[in-house]
Design a protein around this ligand. Sequence first.
Ligand SMILES: CC(C)(COP(=O)(O)OP(=O)(O)OC[C@H]1O[C@@H](n2cnc3c(N)ncnc32)[C@H](O)[C@@H]1OP(=O)(O)O)[C@@H](O)C(=O)NCCC(=O)NCCS
Length: 208
Amino acid sequence: MLSSKSLYLSPLLKADLPILFQWINDREQVLFNAPYRVVSENDHREWYESIRKRKDVVLLGIRLRRGMKLIGSCQLHDIHVIHRTAFLQIRIGDVRQRGRGYGTEAVGLLLRHAFSDLNLNKVHVFVFAGNTAAIRMYECSGFRKEGRLKQAAHIDGSYVDLLVMGIPKKRFSLTAVGPNAHAGTRSGRFRRAGTDEKTGTVKRGPRS
Ligand SMILES: CC(C)(COP(=O)(O)OP(=O)(O)OC[C@H]1O[C@@H](n2cnc3c(N)ncnc32)[C@H](O)[C@@H]1OP(=O)(O)O)[C@@H](O)C(=O)NCCC(=O)NCCS
């Protein structure tokens, strides 16, 4: 289990499946970050059984420390042992819990796991160009835009661009929880926001 000031990241359990099923079938929410299709309970169970067997995926539930309530999920997927890369995804499924810093806090924890425990060197995300909340949250977490795939996704009747964002271990180390976190002159939104070295928790700073 990974823990920070407000959150635990821990494996998803069978008991979590009903709420995940509700979130994955909420078309308006899914459209922010994925192609939508109706998922049956059977498909959902099969997805859970197959994903937990995959060695290239770490799938975790995001839980509030207080009460252990599940508010979302996040994952590292396509973990590549030679390149030492992975892709990251996150969803705060409980929409009432968005905009409270939990997304940034969970991504900080997952990145620390990726770099410190799994010895990855680089983490990427694909994000729809219009998903301003996610882009901002990734920037707050130290990701930078690295490229744009034009009209790479078909969402809600239109083709949209996909941004590729990335964070190398070196930047995460310098800006967040590494040994030089408070040394040197490196700036950046993530660093300026301030990060608790022990927990990886990003303290939110003023909007830049
Ligand atoms: C993207 C997501 C995980 C962000 O989580 P969150 O807990 O709401 O984000 P945070 O509270 O940590 O906010 C981080 C930053 O993003 C900004 N932000 C959050 N929601 C925003 C919005 N709707 N519009 C603009 N900025 C927004 C915050 O203001 C904050 O920046 P600041 O510190 O400069 O003020 C959440 O909105 C979500 O689950 N969305 C649906 C799934 C999704 O899009 N996942 C990403 C797939 S690539």
